[in-house]
Structures are given as C-alpha cells and as structure tokens.
Design a protein around this ligand. Structure first.
Ligand code: 1CP
Length: 319
C-alpha cells in the first residue's frame, strides 16, 4: 500500500508507459491496471485503488505536478489569499476518471477480494497544499495553523466537505471500504491533533455515514501514539491502522474494541532474512487472536526486494 507500486517492475513499466503520474491516475484503464497488479502477483485479500491523496487539491483547482518520478510539487498556499484561488466546491468532473477506474478495477477483481478506496485526512492534505511539497515535519502548515488559526480552519472546512463527498462517490462507484490516511498526525501536540486531525476526521466519517449508514471506514493516524485511544473513540472508525512504532501491548487494548491493521516495520521488510521472520512472528503472535488485518505499519519502501515480500507472505500464510 501507499505509493507501493514502485517496488514492482510491472508498475515501473506501466509508470514509464504513462509518462506522467497524474496521467496514470486519471486514465481509468491504466489506474485499474496498477490497482490490480499486486493482487495478480501475490493474491492479496484486498486491493487499494491506485490514485493519490493529492487529487483533491488538484480537483480544487490547485496546480499539482509529479516531476522526475519524485515527490509532488504544488503551487503553495502561502496565506489566506491563496485560499481564495481555490474552487468553492470539489469538481467531480475532474475526478470522474477515478470513479471509472474503481468500476473497472471492481469488475476485474476476483470474487471475494475487497477493493479499498481512500483519501488523505484534511490535516495531511492541507500540509502539502501549504508547503507545496513533502517536508520533514510539516512546519509550513504548523506555522500557518499557529499564526492564522481561522484561515487554517477555513481550509480544513473545505477539505472536510471535499473529502466526504469524494468518499461517497467512491462508494457509489463500488469500493467496499475506504481508508483515511493521516500520515502527518504525529507531528502535532495533543490539543492540535484533536483540533486538526481527530475532529475533522470525525466529521468526514459522520457525513459519509449520514448518506450511507454502515459505510466501512478505516482510520490511519500515523504517529498518533496514545492519542489513538481518543481517535478510535471520537472518530468511530470500523478499523484502525497502526504504524510500526505502536507497541502491540498497548494496541491489544484497542483491539478489544475494533479490528486493527498493521504494523510490520517496512524497513525490516526491506532488510529481510531472520529479522523479517522474527518480526512477522511477533506481529502474528501479538494480534492474531482477535480481528486483525496483517499489513505493514506504513508504505512499502521502493527499494524493497520482491523476494522479501514473497518470504513474508509465505510465513503469514503458513499460520
Ligand atoms: O500504494 C499504492 O500504490 C496505492 C495508491 C497510493 C496511495 C494510497 C499512492 C500512489 N499514494 C497514496 C497515498 C499517499 N500519497 C499518502 C498517504 C499514505 C502514506 O502515508 O503513504 C501521501 C502522504 C501521499 C503523497 C505522495 N504522493 C508522496 C509523498 C511525498 C512526500 O515527500 O511526503 C509521493 C511520493 C506521492 C506519489 C505517489 N503516489 C502513489 C505512487 C505510486 C507515487 C509514486 C510516484 C511515481 O510512481 O512516480
């Protein structure tokens, strides 16, 4: 998951053929192909839609580019004036090819293999919109939120509405569940995390369920640590993704309330060998007695050898 394709040769070929990353996301046949590739190769129980969290700023009219196969480049929103340049509402015509990619993927997936849709949580998406690129600790967005909390709240409001309507369209197109990625939750102090991560995500979930009661939603507030307890309570997700720093002793408590997903260290998968076997065994021993989705604690690293993924899967499936 999560920028995952890059370790697969078939993805790199498809990416090269498409040329541009956004073209890959917005050409339904190509996006569906990228969605299906990992399932074909490994027989996973679920596929995640091939897209990116930054299609939302793009559909709000912000310039978004992926140049040189590296990270995203956006036209940074430096202040409140930058907000005025965004469209008032999400343009679903721009996003229509993504909904078509969902339909195509769903039609081609084997029976019983779930299709996951996703979006970024408002805080994480806002942090890229403000910085204009990836940063080590999202300081431009943190500065914006401290210096102009009302202006920042305005951006978060827009993203709550946009994300809820985007997720609803994904369900309409056929996804079985969605995951909300709050990749940068962990850089905020508790009060800011409640205000900018937990509360907005709670409102997205409530808005989606108002239209679609029973919509299945997985939360992934990376780095939230002990705030996971409040997150689970307040956001009322159906399952929680755990990053690799979460101690299973702590997480087992959460698991008595809801299914958990995770949380193998992506770096040990890259390293492989006996360390990988041991980490897989520890993860399974910690979580497999209660509802559990075996997964990594964050995205697979692009340099990960495919053989290590095969080794991990063989070990999990042998249980
Ligand atoms: O895993 C998959 O391939 C499924 C599709 C997927 C998902 C779920 C992609 C494709 N991106 C994402 C989510 C995403 N994108 C997140 C949240 C999840 C996470 O924490 O990893 C984030 C923060 C992004 C932003 C983004 N897009 C980055 C990180 C930038 C940074 O420096 O902080 C990058 C490198 C991208 C590009 C991207 N998205 C996806 C792929 C395969 C790629 C690589 C680009 C390429 O192939 O050229």
């Amino acid at each position: 998951m999560r920028q995952a394709g890059r370790y697969l040769p078939e993805y790199r070929r498809l990416r090269e053929k498409a040329g541009d990353f956004l073209k890959l996301c917005f050409t339904p046949e190509l996006a569906a192909e990228a969605t299906l590739q990992p399932v074909r190769r490994f027989g996973f129980d679920a596929a995640i839609l091939f897209s990116d969290i930054l299609v939302i700023p793009y559909a709000l009219g912000q310039s978004v580019q992926f140049t040189g196969g590296e990270g995203p480049q956006l036209e940074a929103i430096a202040d409140r004036g930058g907000l005025a340049r965004l469209k008032a509402k999400l343009d679903h015509r721009v996003l229509a090819p993504i909904y078509d990619a969902i339909k195509l993927s769903k039609a081609d997936l084997p029976q019983g293999v779930a299709l996951l849709g996703f979006c970024g949580a408002p805080w994480t998406v806002a942090s890229y919109m403000i910085a204009g690129s990836g940063t080590a600790a999202q300081e431009p967005a943190r500065r914006f939120a401290y210096e102009d909390p009302d202006g920042f709240a305005e951006l978060i409001e827009r993203l709550i509405d946009a994300s809820a309507s985007y997720l609803l369209r994904q369900f309409e197109a056929g996804v079985d569940a969605v995951q909300i990625f709050d990749t940068w939750a962990g850089v905020l102090p508790a009060e800011q995390l409640r205000r900018w991560c937990i509360d907005p995500t709670r409102r997205i979930v409530a808005q989606v369920r108002r239209e679609l009661p029973g919509a299945k939603i997985i939360g992934f507030p990376r780095g939230a640590g002990t705030a996971l307890v409040t997150y689970v309570q307040d956001v009322a997700v159906d399952a929680i993704g755990l990053d690799w720093t979460v101690d299973p002793i702590f997480a087992r408590e959460l698991q008595s309330r809801l299914p958990v997903q995770g949380n193998l260290d992506p770096f040990v998968l890259l390293v492989g060998g006996a360390a990988l076997d041991r980490a897989v065994d520890l993860t399974l021993a910690a979580f497999s007695e209660r509802p559990f989705i075996f997964n990594l604690g964050h995205g697979i690293l692009p340099q990960t050898p495919v053989a290590h993924v095969e080794r991990m899967l063989a070990r999990v499936r042998a249980r």
